[in-house]
Design a protein around this ligand. Structure first.
Ligand code: FSX
Ligand code: SF4
Ligand code: F3S
Length: 392
C-alpha cells in the first residue's frame, strides 16, 4: 500500500485480525463441542507443578508472539492450552533412538510446554504405554477407529524401504513399519513428524544407507508437518498443536514441511555470537582465547549460517542453554541430510557450493567481513528460493 495511506493500511490489518479472531472463536467452540472432555484440569496441573497464574500469563504472551500473532490472541492461546488434552494423539515409533520422546519427557524443572505435553491425550504411544503385543495392537486399532479423521498422528523415526520394508517389523503380526504407517496416517487428521529421522531419514538414511531408510513424507508420498531437529525443541511441537487447536489448520510450512513460525530464520540470524562474526572475531582452535571469550564458531565448523531453526530463541533444557551457547557450533540438525553434509565437518562448508566460506572470512577487515556476510546472504537468498519454491 502506498505511503501516506497508513490509516487505510491499519484498518486493513485490524480487519484481518478481527476476522482471524472470529475464525479462532468459532474453531475453539467446535473443539469444545466435537472433541472429548479434557482429561485433565490444566490449571490444577499447573498448580501441582508449582507454575503460578503469573507464569502462565507470561508463557501465553511468549507463545502468542512466537506464533507471530498480536497480543489480542493471548486469551485464545490460554484457552487452547486448557483444551490441549482434548486432542487425541496416536504416537508411532520407527527407526530412531527415541531421543525425541526422551527430550520431551525428561524435564527436571518442567515449563508450561513440558506440562502441556504431560497432559496430552495419548491414545497410543509405543514407548510409554503399559500394553504390549496383541493388547497394544488392539489399542491402536481402537484409537484409529474411535477418532478417525480427528486424531493427530505423531511419528518419530525413519522408514526403511529395503527388503520390502522388512528391516523394520512391529507387533505380533510382524507388520512392516511402512504398513503400520500407511494404516494409521490414512485415518489421521494430520501427520506431525517429530525429529529429523521421521522428517528426512537422518542418521538411518546417512550414506551408505543400507536399509534404504527415508522420512515419512518420502516413504508414503504424503504431506507431513516436520518438526525438525535431533532432537527437536518441544516448544516447536506444542506451538504447532496449539495453532491447530486455535485455527483448525496447520501453520504455514516451508518447502521442507517445517512450520515457518519456528523455522523461518537461520541460527546465524538469532545467534548471540553474531556480533563477533561481524567483527571477524573467530575461535581458531578449541580452548584458545577466542573460545574463552565466546567468539564466533564459524571457523570451527558452525553450520548456523546454513541452518533454519529458532534454537537461540527458545533454547533447550528448560531454556538454560543451546548448542552454540554450550561452546560447540551448530551441526545443522534441522536440515535434511545433515549427517552427510554438515555434522562431520569441523570446518566451514565448501565456499563454491554454499557461499560464505573460509577464504572469505579469513580476510580480516570490515569491508571483507561485509563480503563474507554477503556470501552467506547469497546462500540465504538461494535457500530462500529453495524454501519458498514448493510452499504448500
Ligand atoms: Fe531421530 Fe528421535 Fe535424533 Fe533420536 O525419535 S531425530 S535420532 S534424537 O530420537 O528420531
Ligand atoms: Fe553464531 Fe555460528 Fe553464526 Fe558464528 S557462525 S554467529 S557461532 S551461528
Ligand atoms: Fe540443531 Fe543447530 Fe539447533 S545443531 S539443536 S539446529 S543449534
Amino acid at each position: 500500500m502506498a505511503k501516506g495511506n497508513n490509516s487505510e493500511y491499519k484498518k486493513m490489518i485490524d480487519k484481518q485480525y478481527s476476522d482471524l479472531m472470529k475464525h479462532c472463536q468459532v474453531q475453539m467452540e467446535k473443539v469444545e463441542k466435537d472433541l472429548p472432555e479434557p482429561k485433565e484440569d490444566f490449571q490444577a496441573v499447573l498448580k501441582e507443578h508449582g507454575v503460578s497464574r503469573r507464569d502462565f500469563i507470561k508463557w501465553t504472551s511468549a507463545m502468542t508472539a512466537a506464533l507471530m500473532l498480536p497480543p489480542i490472541f493471548r486469551p485464545m492461546v490460554a484457552k487452547a492450552a486448557e483444551n490441549f488434552s482434548r486432542l487425541p494423539v496416536v504416537w508411532l515409533h520407527f527407526a530412531e533412538c527415541t531421543g525425541c520422546s526422551e527430550a520431551f519427557l525428561r524435564s527436571s524443572y518442567p515449563n508450561v510446554d513440558d506440562i502441556l505435553l504431560d497432559t496430552i491425550s495419548l491414545e497410543y504411544h509405543e514407548t510409554l504405554m503399559a500394553a504390549s503385543g496383541y493388547q497394544a495392537e488392539q489399542n491402536l486399532e481402537k484409537a484409529i477407529k474411535d477418532f478417525a479423521g480427528k486424531f493427530i498422528c505423531v511419528i518419530e523415526g525413519a522408514l526403511p524401504r529395503g527388503l520390502n520394508g522388512k528391516y523394520l517389523t512391529l507387533g505380533p503380526k510382524g507388520k512392516t513399519g511402512i504398513q503400520v504407517a500407511k494404516e494409521v496416517t490414512s485415518k489421521a487428521a494430520a501427520v506431525v513428524c517429530i525429529g529429523a529421522c521421521s522428517c528426512y531419514g537422518n542418521i538411518q538414511a546417512a550414506k551408505p544407507n543400507p536399509t534404504d531408510a527415508v522420512g515419512i513424507s518420502k516413504a508414503l508420498g504424503i504431506s507431513t508437518v516436520n518438526i525438525a531437529g535431533c532432537p527437536p525443541n518441544s516448544v516447536n511441537f506444542t506451538g504447532t498443536l496449539l495453532h491447530y487447536l486455535m485455527f483448525g489448520s496447520l501453520p504455514p510450512l516451508d518447502s521442507l514441511g517445517r512450520p515457518v513460525w519456528a523455522y523461518g530464520k537461520r541460527i546465524h540470524d538469532y545467534c548471540e555470537r553474531r556480533p563477533h562474526y561481524d567483527a571477524s572475531e573467530f575461535v581458531e582452535e578449541w580452548g584458545d582465547k577466542g573460545a574463552l571469550k565466546g567468539w564466533c564458531l564459524y571457523k570451527m565448523g558452525c553450520k548456523g549460517p546454513y541452518t533454519y531453526a529458532n534454537c537461540a530463541k527458545v533454547r533447550f533444557n528448560d531454556g538454560i542453554s543451546w548448542p552454540i551457547m554450550g561452546g560447540h557450533g551448530c551441526i545443522g540438525c534441522t536440515e535434511p541430510g545433515f549427517w552427510d553434509t554438515m555434522a562431520p565437518l569441523e570446518k566451514p562448508l565448501d565456499e563454491k557450493t554454499y557461499g560464505g566460506g573460509e577464504k572469505t572470512v579469513d580476510k580480516i577487515g570490515i569491508v571483507l567481513t561485509g563480503a563474507a556476510v554477503a556470501g552467506i546472504a547469497v546462500h540465504a537468498v538461494a535457500s530462500g528460493v529453495r524454501h519458498s519454491g514448493g510452499k504448500k
